[in-house]
Design a protein around this ligand. Structure first.
Ligand SMILES: Nc1nc2c(ncn2[C@@H]2O[C@H](COP(=O)(O)OP(=O)(O)OP(=O)(O)O)[C@@H](O)[C@H]2O)c(=O)[nH]1
Length: 376
């Protein structure tokens, strides 16, 4: 027997209700995952972590085929923080622009773009892609009414982003991404500024003293040596006296640049005082540290500097080396170990100066002495 129209209507209503309940469930799950994403964005303090989250994890979290980003970076503020960063698809997923022309052409009214992209838009937003983009959301990244970038979400599903739906959440997401990008760049640059020596662009003394504790902790965990070199330019006062302070400054800048170039990325170069540089060599034993120290001394003595009248001159350097294996002092406070390691390398420089300069001396690390640190 067939059902009555009332029963049919009832069944239809029930079906609609079930669909609506499913939709509500889905929406709630989406909203929750959006909140999660937002929290993760806000907790990134490094630009590279933030970019990984956007360019790699967004794809999976939002089930997208492509996520690309353009950043307006006129003064290389972002790029300078990303020296070691490789985007997931280099050259395609992350691009930097120095002028706002491209961004202004994509967003003439600074408004979100959704739907199937036109061919020119597709070329700009998804320049090289193996996955078809049938619909997309292009989000203008705006700070203080200024376009700072563009985030492109691409899907192979033509119905994923359509012109007839409001996308309040992704608009909100774009605002959060914009704030996070700006914050990461500012925070990291501020941190960098406070840790570098403005004249030579290597670490300053404060930063060196933080780094040495960090490196000692790493060396202790890894069970390896940390070598510390002190390099003190000989008779530097004469450079200032004979050629002027500006030439002296130029010498210091050149030496800072030279040391940074000569050493590995994992080594730390710092200006410890006026004409004194300090270097940390992680995972380097005595023979290795002495060889590096001697190599630096020899190369430094061959560097040619010029005075204000372009007259060439050379300089020599006294070097002090010490090293320790911090896991041999498991009970010691790392501040005490670092204090003693610095003292030890400083003593070694003193020996070099005392024995005629332009040489490398080694001083045996005698173990941490917490009394000395407290007296100092
Ligand atoms: N141009 C310049 N000179 C500096 C700077 N900081 C310190 N100095 C100078 O570095 C010189 C250090 O002189 P001294 O400590 O006597 O050492 P030195 O002449 O190198 O002699 P030895 O170390 O004994 O070989 C002083 O003249 C300081 O004025 C700086 O930032 N720029």
């Amino acid at each position: 027997m067939g059902s009555t129209p009332l029963e049919q209507e009832n069944q239809e209503l029930k079906r609609t209700l079930r669909i609506m309940a499913k939709k509500a469930e889905r929406n709630e799950a989406t909203l929750n995952s959006f909140f999660e994403v937002e929290l993760r964005l806000l907790s990134c303090s490094r630009l590279s972590d933030l970019l990984d989250l956007i360019l790699i994890e967004f794809k999976e979290m939002f089930r997208l085929n492509n996520v690309n980003l353009i950043l307006f970076d006129p003064e290389h503020a972002a790029r300078s923080l990303l020296n070691d960063y490789t985007p997931p698809a280099p050259g395609n997923t992350l691009r930097f622009v120095q002028s706002q022309r491209l961004l202004k052409s994509i967003y003439p009214n600074q408004k979100l773009i959704v739907g199937a992209p036109s061919q020119p838009l597709r070329n700009e937003a998804f320049p090289v892609t193996s996955n078809p983009v049938e619909s997309c959301a292009l989000l203008p990244l705006i700070r203080q009414n200024c376009l700072i970038g563009s985030l492109h979400l691409g899907s192979s599903d033509p119905s994923r982003y359509t012109e007839h739906v409001r996308y309040d959440y992704i608009q909100h997401l774009a605002s959060v991404v914009s704030v996070c990008i700006e914050n990461c760049i500012n925070q990291e640059n501020l941190h960098r500024l406070s840790s570098i020596d403005m004249l030579t662009k290597v670490h300053n003394r404060r930063s060196f003293e933080q780094e040495i504790v960090r490196e000692l902790s790493r060396a202790s965990r890894g069970g390896y040596h940390l070598a510390c070199l002190f390099l003190d330019l000989d008779h530097f006062k004469m450079v200032n006296d004979n050629f002027g302070h500006q030439t002296g400054d130029r010498v210091l800048r050149t030496v800072g640049l030279f040391l940074n170039k000569q050493l590995r990325k994992t080594d730390i170069v710092a200006r410890y005082g006026g004409e004194e540089f300090a270097v940390l060599l992680p995972n380097c034993d005595k023979a290795g540290a002495l060889e590096i120290a001697e190599g630096l001394r020899q190369k430094l003595s061959k560097l040619i500097f010029r005075d204000e009248a372009s007259k060439p001159f050379r300089m020599t350097t006294s070097v002090g080396v010490s090293l320790c294996k911090p896991d041999e002092y498991p009970k010691a406070h790392l501040d005490d170990v670092s204090y003693q390691l610095i003292q030890s390398a400083d003593k070694a420089v003193y020996h070099s100066k005392h024995n005629g300069r332009d040489r490398v001396s080694f001083n045996e690390f005698s173990g941490p002495d917490n009394r000395k640190r407290k007296e100092a």
